[in-house]
Design a binder for this molecule. Structure first.
Ligand SMILES: C[S@@+](CC[C@H](N)C(=O)[O-])C[C@H]1O[C@@H](n2cnc3c(N)ncnc32)[C@H](O)[C@@H]1O
Length: 318
C-alpha cells in the first residue's frame, strides 16, 4: 500500500485506529462520496487491514489491530509517518473532532430531555432488577458462599457464576429436588440436605453465609444464626434478608410462619449477643409489583481471630 498510490486508504486506516466509524461518518470526515469510501473500505477489508461489524442498519469499521501489529507492522509504521505529515490528515482530524462532538451532543440531548422519564425508560427497557444482578459481579471469585435454607436455589443460581463454590443447604427433599433441576448446569453448587440448627458444614468453611427468607420459619432463629457463625471463617460475613414486622396472621396457617417479621432491635440483639461485629440493618426498597410485606437486609461480620497474646518477658527465659 503506497502512500502515493493509495493516500486515501492510508487516511482511512489512520482514522480507524482505535475508533469505530460508520461509512457516512468517514464520508463526512474525508469529504468523499459514499461510493468511493465504500470501494476503499472493501479493498482494506479484503486485505485484512480493517474489520467491520453490523449494528442495526449501520456497518461500523475499525482498523484491524492484529494486522497493524503483525508482519505488516513495519510497513504500516513507515507509511503512517508519511501520511501523518500531510495537511489532509490535519483537516481529517478537525472534521473528526466535530463528528465526535455531534455524537456526544446527541446523547447529551437525549439525557437533557429524558431526565424526568429516564427511570421509567430504564425499567421498561431492562426491567427492575438488572442492576442488582449485575452488582453480584463485585463478589470475590475465591469465595465459598453458604445459601442456608436454599429452597429451590434461586439465590444460589445468581451467585454461582461469580464465586468459587456455593454450599446450598435445605432440610426439604422436595425443595432440594427443585434446586437440583434449576442448578444442574452449575457444577460449583454443592447441594446438601440438613437442618439450619445443625448445619452439614465444617467450622470456618464459608466466606459468606446467607439466610434468605428462612428465619421466620424457625422456633429459635438464634440457633441458626449461631450455626452460620460457626460455619464462617474469621472475618466472614452473614447476610439475613427477611420480613419487617407485619400483621399477616394467615401466613402462620398458610405457610407455617413462626414469626410475623422481625424488628431491627430483635435482629441486632441476636447478632450482638452472639458476638457478631459491624452490624448493619436496612429496609429493602419495596418492589412495586410485590404483594408481600416489606423486607429488610441485615449484615454482620464474624470477628477476626484474636491475636495470640505475647508471652510475658519473664516467661521467655523460663
Ligand atoms: C421460604 S423458603 C425460602 C427459600 C430460599 N431461601 C428463597 O429465598 O427462595 C424457606 C426454606 O427454608 C427451609 N427450611 C425451613 N426451616 C428449615 C430448617 N430448620 N432447616 C433447614 N431448612 C429449613 C425450607 O425447607 C424452605 O426451603
Amino acid at each position: 500500500m503506497s502512500t502515493r498510490r493509495e493516500p486515501l486508504r492510508c487516511r482511512i486506516l489512520l482514522l480507524l485506529e482505535g475508533l469505530e466509524l460508520t461509512v457516512s461518518e468517514l464520508c463526512a470526515v474525508l469529504q468523499m462520496p459514499q461510493s468511493s469510501v465504500s470501494r476503499h473500505l472493501k479493498a482494506l477489508d479484503e486485505g485484512g487491514w480493517v474489520a467491520a461489524r453490523r449494528e442495526g442498519t449501520s456497518r461500523l469499521y475499525l482498523a484491524n489491530a492484529a494486522a497493524l501489529r503483525g508482519p505488516d507492522r513495519e510497513l504500516w509504521a513507515l507509511v503512517r509517518e508519511q501520511v501523518l505529515a500531510s495537511t489532509a490528515v490535519d483537516q481529517d482530524r478537525q472534521r473528526l473532532a466535530s463528528i465526535l462532538a455531534l455524537r456526544l451532543s446527541r446523547s447529551q440531548e437525549f439525557f437533557a430531555s429524558a431526565a424526568d422519564r429516564w427511570s421509567a425508560v430504564r425499567s421498561e427497557l431492562f426491567g427492575q432488577r438488572f442492576d442488582l444482578e449485575g452488582l453480584v459481579g463485585l463478589l470475590d471469585a475465591r469465595w465459598i458462599v453458604g445459601d442456608l435454607g436454599c429452597g429451590t436455589g434461586q439465590t444460589s443460581s445468581t451467585l454461582a457464576p461469580w464465586v468459587h463454590r456455593v454450599v446450598a443447604v435445605d432440610e426439604s427433599e422436595a425443595m432440594l429436588d427443585a434446586a437440583r433441576s434449576r442448578l444442574h448446569e452449575m457444577p460449583n453448587v454443592d447441594l446438601r440436605r440438613g437442618r439450619l440448627e445443625a448445619l452439614p458444614i465444617s467450622d470456618g468453611e464459608l466466606d459468606i453465609a446467607i439466610l434468605m427468607l428462612v428465619l421466620h420459619h424457625l422456633a429459635e432463629p438464634q440457633l441458626a444464626i449461631g450455626e452460620a457463625m460457626r460455619a464462617l471463617k474469621p472475618g466472614g460475613r452473614l447476610l439475613v434478608v427477611d420480613m419487617l414486622p407485619h400483621q399477616r396472621e394467615e401466613y402462620r396457617r398458610q405457610m407455617g410462619h413462626v414469626w410475623l417479621g422481625f424488628a431491627e432491635a430483635q435482629i441486632r440483639g441476636w447478632f450482638e449477643e452472639l458476638g457478631l461485629k459491624a452490624v448493619r440493618f436496612n429496609p429493602v426498597p419495596a418492589d412495586p409489583e410485590a404483594a408481600g410485606p416489606a423486607l429488610f437486609a441485615s449484615s454482620a461480620r464474624q470477628p477476626l481471630r484474636e491475636a495470640m497474646p505475647l508471652p510475658e518477658p519473664a516467661a521467655i527465659g523460663a
